[in-house]
Design a protein around this ligand. Sequence first.
Ligand code: AMP
Length: 560
Amino acid sequence: MIVGIDLGTTNSLIAYFTEEGPKIIPNRLGKNLTPSVVSVDEEGNVYVGETARERKSLYPDSVAETFKRSMGTERDYVLGGKHFKPEELSSLVLRSLKEDAEHYLGEEVTEAVISVPAYFDDKRRKATKRAGELAGLKVERMISEPTAAAVAYGLYDKTQDTRFLVFDLGGGTFDVSVLELYHNILEVRAVAGDNYLGGEDFTEVMARLFLQKAKLQLQNLSEKEQVRLYRQAEKAKYDISDRQQVTMSFLHGEEQIEETIQYKEYEEACEELLQKIREPVKKSLADAKLKLGDIDEVLLIGGATRLSIVRDFLIRLFRKFPDTRMNPDETVALGAAVQAAMKERRAEVREVILTDVCSFTLGTEVVVEYEEGRFEDGRFCPIIERNTVIPASHTERLYTVRDNQDKVRVRVLQGESRFARNNLYLGELEIDIPKGPKGQEAVDVTYTYDINSLLEVEVTVVSTGQKQKLIIKGQENQMTEEEIAKRMEELAYLKIQPRDFEENRLVLLRAERMYEEALGDRRKKLDRYITAFEAALKRGGHDEIEAAREELNEILEEED
Ligand code: AMP
């Protein structure tokens, strides 16, 4: 079975294709969303998802989140005294999703289509693929998130050519993609975004508003109080979308503080964030050479697009209502499952060609003559520009800059700076050329970049036709199959907590956290129910445990 996975910054989902279309597979707690949070304790027990998130207030040092942002880097996370790279933490999330799917489907899951942000460069895509492999999943195809969204909305099935914009505001990232459906090809025309803008910033605004009203300083709150404040602020942010005001209540030391925040007030405080949203929208349209009015449909994905402040802003900007038929959290995973079905060549889905764009510029270093006889070296000459649809092939002709020059060296670089030194070095090649006066001899440098992130560089001497070729397959940070197998073994000691106990554990963690937050009678009441539940756990009768858990759960729902 091939599944589709949305490995998100905040939440991850797994989906499969059924006769009625793609479907999300619920996790061991019966929920569709699994928070992309991992916690490891000193004994090597791994907690993934909600349980890991719940451990954050009690054991903040054992929990990692938003590691997708560091994918493809060597960032080191230390949890429970052990070291992890971002892709390894991601592999633990994938392992948990895979187990849930296998349990639900009653068959082995061996392969997955995983979605990645359209702007993910080769290094980050490779890291995502390795995360899959470390989790025991073959990942032959990746799909970019906006394409997955378009596929889930069924837009690939349209008969008319359509231009649409996918607006993706997640927890910590913001991506805009302009796509075009042209005949049978679904093409990403341009992508833009802001890696440091997302729903969390809207939570931050809410928290700051509260602090301001309550005349409190963030730095005067304990670490646990800060975690709690943000949790309350997030709740208030959810609630404000369908009402005029929200009341936030927060326990500071011994004092319970309540403040009311008006919708208008919150909207004004978010104005700066809304302006920040405008920039990538403008940039992606400019790169795609389109105007706001050329967009036929606007699709919303990412949890933060549920904010009515954001929706209102988009209606004003595009002068049209965005398409919100689907649950913005689930769209990408469903699209990935459709892509999995396309890969399996299932009869129910029409295969469409999905293209992608190169999210960075590829070029070479050149010497420029900025005035007669005066040269400046170290300049960058773009060959394949950012947001070019791939596969793509472009040629640039470069002339000799010195008399009797007998060699040309082509350094292959990736990046956006005018200066070669600021861009990423990928490799180089050298070719001999006949001597002659400067400017007489020339080479054609052709870059061909394909959908699997293979860059082929070909240099041809114009006068002699002599050629040299270089193939760059992704970059450093490669792991061989043996290395992956070895690391898999090393990670194998980590035990993802058995499914059966997950609900009990989550309830207890939540109860412990609330006990710490509560005072007086509330605390006593919680203690009574926790003790009853623990006693039931010790006695071990299945029905009794379930009944006690339900009871405790009800209290927690009431009190949280
Ligand atoms: P994602 O990364 O797509 O899962 O998005 C997560 C972000 O969406 C977080 O910042 C959440 O606070 C936010 N979010 C989820 N549901 C809502 C909602 N109903 N209203 C406002 N924000 C939400």
